[in-house]
Design a protein around this ligand. Structure first.
Ligand SMILES: [Zn+2]
Ligand SMILES: [Zn+2]
Length: 346
């Protein structure tokens, strides 16, 4: 018998989110049923329910930053036991057979990765996300959540954590790296913490200096305002690596001028409009790239790294009834630094 569970979701692209119920399947042999404790609010949730990216099927429950405890397991589950602290991020399924899947890069599955919400699962149903009391997920996509990470702060790691972590690891950031983190929101503040913990020299480039104290407390050595033209003179040719979280159009040529020889600018923000670049801005072996979340093994590595280094996101805990208000504040960039829903309030 499928389980009917409490949730908070969207009935249309324009109405506020409302309390509702959804069905969760019985755990199959390899499934884990999780009692969700906390769910983070990601800007992607808002883009999705407002159909700003593509049309979706309603009703839709979103949320892909999920932590909780294992409540039931299928007969063939080996990785998780009842009572374990676990997390689920942006992916709940993939083909398991393509080259990226076999390399643990499920986020780049070429055979059809399945997002945690608003995606067609491999059984044909539409996936429903974490603003709900329970979720049933194949054990392969369930992460172990180390005890050292406080429950109520852990959820954002599953998207806002892994998204900056993956490119920092891919480009082998470490001691001696001169890193700029552009933007100090949910992704950016974690980018600063990770880059600093990896041993890099970190500079935050933010529109204003309003979050300077926080940036320095998170491990940055320098904090400069991009609204000040002097910043682009001062750091010209300075950085080995830049992690941009900017989610609207920006002057790519101006930012590329801050890279030194062979430097790379990686965008983890996803501006909807095309960016233009002059080829000359990429001379001196500079690169412009993009990166999306991370695979399951790397997400586990990131969680273990957080436990080892005492890293956790800064969060504002909210009750379910505050979700709509929180959405307005996310859109206005008025959150330090991630909203997390206490799912017990559903
Ligand atoms: Zn997200
Ligand atoms: Zn695949």
């Amino acid at each position: 018998m499928p389980m009917t569970v409490a949730a908070f979701g969207a009935v249309s692209a324009s109405d506020p989110l409302v309390p509702m119920t959804i069905e969760r399947r019985d755990p199959g042999p390899r499934d884990v049923r999780i009692k969700i404790r906390y769910a983070g609010i990601c800007h992607s949730d808002i883009h999705t329910v407002r159909e700003e990216w593509r049309p979706i099927t309603f009703p839709q429950v979103v949320g892909h930053e999920i932590v909780g405890e294992v409540e039931a397991v299928g007969s063939e589950v080996t990785r998780h036991r009842v009572g374990d602290r676990v997390g689920v991020g942006c992916l709940v399924n993939s083909c398991r057979e393509c080259e990226p899947c076999r390399a643990g890069l499920e986020q780049y599955c070429t055979g059809g990765g399945v997002g945690t919400y608003a995606s067609v699962d491999r059984d044909g149903t539409i996936t429903q996300g974490g603003y709900s009391t329970h979720i049933v997920v194949d054990e392969h996509f369930v992460l172990r959540l180390p005890e050292a990470i406080p429950y109520e702060r852990a959820a954002p790691l599953l998207c806002a954590g892994i998204t900056p972590y993956s490119p920092l690891r891919h480009w082998k950031i470490g001691p001696g790296s001169k890193v700029a983190v552009v933007g100090m929101g949910g992704l950016g503040h974690m980018g600063v913490k990770f880059a600093a913990a990896l041993g890099a020299e970190v500079t935050v480039l933010s529109h204003t200096l309003s979050k300077r104290e926080d940036g320095l407390a998170f491990g940055a050595q320098e904090y400069a305002a991009t609204s000040d033209p002097e910043t682009f003179t001062r750091f010209r040719g300075h950085f080995d690596f830049m992690l941009s979280t900017i989610s609207t159009g920006f002057d790519l040529d101006a930012y590329l001028s801050l890279l030194g020889l062979g430097g790379t600018l990686v965008s983890i923000g996803m501006p909807p409009e095309p960016l233009s670049v002059r080829a000359g801005s990429l001379s001196r072996w500079k690169s412009f790239a993009s990166s999306g979340i991370g695979g399951i093994p790397e997400t586990q590595e990131m969680l273990d790294f957080c436990a080892e280094h005492g890293i956790a996101p800064e969060v504002e805990l909210i009750a379910a009834e505050q979700i709509n208000e929180a959405y307005e504040r996310v859109v206005a960039s008025d959150v330090r630094y991630r909203f997390v829903i206490d799912v017990a309030t559903l």
